[in-house]
Write a protein that binds this ligand. Structure first.
Ligand SMILES: *[C@@H]1O[C@H](CO)[C@@H](O)[C@H](O)[C@H]1NC(C)=O
Ligand SMILES: *[C@@H]1O[C@H](CO)[C@@H](O)[C@H](O)[C@H]1NC(C)=O
Ligand SMILES: *[C@@H]1O[C@H](CO)[C@@H](O)[C@H](O)[C@H]1NC(C)=O
Length: 211
């Protein structure tokens, strides 16, 4: 079994602060994030932007707006940070962030608000948030589609046998769903497994697009 987890990536936990201080991260961006419905009858085609509730700098919420072109506004600008140490199928694995001036990843020395998923106890639909303190491992494949790098697949587990670590578990479970996330809006979401519990969800491709 191989221990090369992307989860060491960021010094978001206090324990890895020393490591974080010596690690130079590569950064790509800014770019836009386009969402395009996967179903042929889906009307979803537009871009992601972020917003805050008044007086509350974190978490930062992510909503979808229909449109053919990315809007020129810092709230539509996204960045990809990676160490260069972890690849899945040849693609760099790192983190997706916005609001690069924000200091909300303290105590780490890094700036910006990182995308992570917030799970709900009564649904298989998670909400994507920025600046909640956690992060998820993300890469972009050859078609510029964002995937989540999973490390283990619990559907293959056997009692008493350590599961295999895999660099091939790329998941594309992004969705746009009406959610209470700051406000009740079409929100970037993630369907963990099976059909979405929230009937408003539509599965989408999340694509990196040049600004
Ligand atoms: C698309 O078609 C499927 C199958 O007919 C249907 O279940 C679904 O509700 C439709 N979605 C939209 C967004 O119209
Ligand atoms: C973030 O922290 C740095 C260093 O303490 C400070 O110079 C900068 O003004 C802070 N930025 C914001 C947006 O608060
Ligand atoms: C992302 O990378 C840039 C460039 O190395 C760095 O300044 C920034 O602090 C990093 N932010 C995070 C959250 O990793």
């Amino acid at each position: 079994m191989q221990f090369r987890f992307p989860t060491f990536l960021l010094g978001l936990g206090a324990a890895s602060t020393a490591f974080a201080q010596v690690t130079e991260l590569y950064q790509e961006g800014p770019f836009a994030l386009r969402v395009k419905g996967q179903a042929s009858n889906s009307s979803i085609d537009g871009y992601l932007s972020w917003y805050n509730l008044e007086g509350l700098p974190a978490p930062t919420f992510i909503s979808y707006t229909a449109g053919s072109y990315p809007i020129v506004d810092p709230k539509y600008e996204w960045y990809f940070n990676y160490t260069g140490f972890v690849q899945y199928r040849g693609n760099e694995v790192g983190i997706l962030l916005a609001n690069p001036g924000a200091n909300t990843t303290t105590p780490s020395p890094y700036h910006g608000q990182v995308i992570n998923l917030e799970y709900q106890t009564n649904s298989n639909v998670a909400i994507a948030l920025l600046g909640s303190g956690g992060y998820m491992d993300i890469g972009f494949d050859g078609d510029e589609k964002a995937f989540n790098a999973g490390q283990f697949d619990d559907s293959t587990y056997v009692p008493g046998e350590d599961p295999e670590y895999s660099e091939d578990l790329a998941y594309y479970h992004w969705a746009i769903c009406w959610q209470f996330s700051g406000k009740y809006k079409p929100t970037l979401s993630w369907v963990t497994s099976g059909p979405a519990h929230n009937p408003t969800c539509e599965l989408v491709d999340l694509l990196r697009v040049e600004l």
